[in-house]
Design a protein around this ligand. Structure first.
Ligand code: R5P
Length: 296
């Protein structure tokens, strides 16, 4: 078995391959002059099983298409069993029709992925766990919190877990239980048209404490920046955040660096831009993914 990496996250694919003691498959990825994805599996020694690693990060449409073409090319070479590692399953955030006239994007992406018939999909932190139910196939949903909880147990002293909104409460409760810490909830509102976030309150007194905000992803940074500002204005000593996916929307990490957040812990489900940032700390999910493949 070999690991074939799409162009979205080569470093993570290489880490997974190393941990599984597997070789990387040779693949050439480029674009036709009209912008269409061009895939060429150059490897001459392709087995009946393969792992394909591709995050549907930015540009999502390009990475989805590249992934679909890689799977098709491998199948045409006789590969029978393909494990698809999609660390960030793009389009999963639109998991409801919020307003009449909107699509159910997460179901559309599930249908597309089912149509290409891979043997298994491994992904991390879907925006909503019910999305897993859109897939009638072998589907494994891993949680980045497993790597963070181990990390925080050893590396950082936290007094309280702060859920950034009601949607994140279940996940935050898990952190609180595992780390043996109290839990409090921020009351957040987001304007559906502008996307602007405002914080209107918090459920407990947290003055003088070091708090950790767990969440699934950071996109515009609005939730984290507003939460950190609110918490600091309410006397919190240190504000840390742990999120599985960082979309690296241009300019967002710069805003986080200038914000009142003390440190942002993310995983490597999405490749970090080359630039280094003082407040950004990365914990790898490679072992979590490798173990889930190894154990099967
Ligand atoms: C909310 O439901 C999500 O889990 C995140 O809390 C949030 O949407 C992150 O987005 P942003 O960085 O744009 O605030």
């Amino acid at each position: 078995m070999k690991v074939f990496a799409g162009s979205s996250n080569l470093p993570l694919a290489e880490k997974i391959a190393l941990l599984l003691n597997l070789k990387m498959g040779e693949v050439e990825l480029s674009r036709f002059p009209n912008g269409e994805a061009r895939v060429w599996i150059k490897d001459k020694d392709v087995n009946s099983r393969a792992i394909v690693v591709q995050s549907f990060s930015n540009p999502p449409d390009g990475y989805v298409m590249e992934f679909l073409l890689m799977v098709d090319a491998l199948k045409r070479m006789g590969v029978k069993k393909i494990i698809a590692v999609i660390p960030w399953l793009g389009y999963c955030v639109q998991d409801k029709v919020f307003r009449y006239g909107e699509p159910l994007s997460s179901k559309v992406i599930a249908r597309i992925l089912q149509a290409i018939r891979v043997s298994k999909i491994i992904t991390l932190d879907l925006h909503n766990e019910t999305i897993a139910g859109f897939f009638d196939m072998n589907f494994e949903h891993l949680r980045g919190r497993n790597v963070f909880i181990d990390y925080f147990k050893k590396e950082k002293s936290i007094d309280c877990i702060v859920s950034p909104d009601v949607g994140a409460l279940k996940n935050a409760t898990f952190y609180a239980q595992e780390l043996g810490l109290p839990l409090t909830v921020i009351n957040k509102k987001r304007d559906l048209s502008s996307g602007k976030v405002s914080i209107v309150g918090i459920s407990e007194e947290i003055r003088g404490k070091s708090v950790l905000i767990p969440d699934d992803f950071v996109s515009t940074g609005g939730t984290l920046i507003q939460a950190a500002k609110f918490l600091k204005e309410n006397g919190v000593k240190n504000v840390y955040a742990a999120l599985t996916h960082h979309f690296y929307v241009p300019g967002v990490q710069e805003k986080i660096e200038a914000s009142q957040l003390d440190a942002l812990f993310v995983t490597d489900t999405i490749k970090k831009p080359d630039k280094d940032y003082k407040k950004l700390k990365i914990v790898s999910v490679a072992k979590l993914v490798a173990n889930s493949i190894k154990l099967k």
